[in-house]
Ligand binder design. Structure first.
Ligand SMILES: [Zn+2]
Length: 293
């Protein structure tokens, strides 16, 4: 049987990218986010793929019709925070308040239970060992916030790369780690990697996985950018946000057709999910439950 992988779309403004913090007003991308997301929706409709859309609460508040449109097309809504702040910057209390607020709004607008969460910029890692319990307590069951490995400011190594359960005092959180590794150890899991790497190489990396692996993209990545970066933004940041964007729509159609995809919560309720190993997130990283830190 072909393994179904999980496609996720992070619905945020281009100006929400953490790489741009300090250079751009977070709200600068608001006028574009609806059209950018509609473009992704048409590509998904064209290829018959269903996905999980992790939406920033502020974006949902400003674009309520967009949430209804995503749902009407058969996709699943997940939460990408109320703002696009890193978990470590929010702290425990504010995360609790923000997640409650965002989840409430997304459920009202979508008319569906919202049980999947993705932290902004993969910020669930050993710096915030308290976060899984907060995420579980606010009603989430599935988490896709861990970027497997170390990459600049983010990442938390997952020894197997496979789905796992993070045990918390409030119950288990089913974790689907991101950052599919290819045979060579390089990442091929979405975003910049999808825009930059050869398409057949990406498809082969997914085909080699016997468990549900995650792919991700942002609506602002698809197509030639229609915004202007402020002059102060370094060339390296511009490159990582826009490399390969011109040709990405066409490449995305190919990737969505070549790999078998579905939304997260359907996969998480499979029997296999119940068998995933149980781990704890501590200040030293992930460890099997029962093992001392
Ligand atoms: Zn994001």
């Amino acid at each position: 049987m072909v393994t179904r992988h999980i496609l996720s779309v992070d619905v945020e403004r281009w100006s929400d990218a953490t790489l741009l913090a300090g250079w751009v007003d977070r709200r600068a991308g608001q006028p574009l986010v609806q059209a950018q997301t509609e473009q992704v929706l048409s590509i998904l409709a064209h290829t018959g793929v269903q996905a999980t859309f992790f939406v920033v609460g502020e974006v949902a508040k400003d674009n309520p019709g967009l949430i209804r449109d995503i749902v009407a097309r058969g996709h699943e809504i997940g939460c990408h925070g109320w703002t696009h702040d890193l978990l470590v910057d929010l702290g425990q209390e504010r995360l609790m308040a923000d997640l409650g607020r965002a989840r409430g709004l997304l459920q009202d607008l979508s008319g569906q239970p919202v049980t999947a969460f993705r932290a902004p910029t993969w910020s669930l890692d050993r710096k915030v060992p308290w976060a899984p319990e907060v995420i579980r307590k606010t009603g989430f069951r599935v988490d896709m916030s861990i970027f497997d490995g170390r990459h600049g400011i983010y990442g938390e190594p997952v020894a197997t790369g496979r789905p796992l359960r993070i045990a918390t005092d409030a119950g288990d959180l089913f974790e689907l780690p991101t950052a599919v590794r290819s045979w060579s150890g390089l990442r091929a899991g979405g975003g910049f990697y999808w825009r930059s790497l050869p398409r057949r190489w990406i498809a082969a990396s997914y085909a080699a996985k016997s468990y549900p692996a995650v792919g991700y993209l942002h609506p602002w990545e698809v197509g030639r950018p229609t915004w202007q970066f402020p002059d102060a933004v370094p060339a390296s940041v511009r490159f990582s946000m826009t490399a390969g964007a011109d040709a990405f729509a066409e490449k995305l159609v190919w990737l969505l057709s070549a790999i078998s995809w579905g939304p997260a919560c359907k996969v998480a309720t499979d029997q296999a999910a119940q068998l995933a190993p149980r781990m704890v997130l501590g200040s030293g990283g992930l460890r099997p439950i029962g093992e001392a830190e």
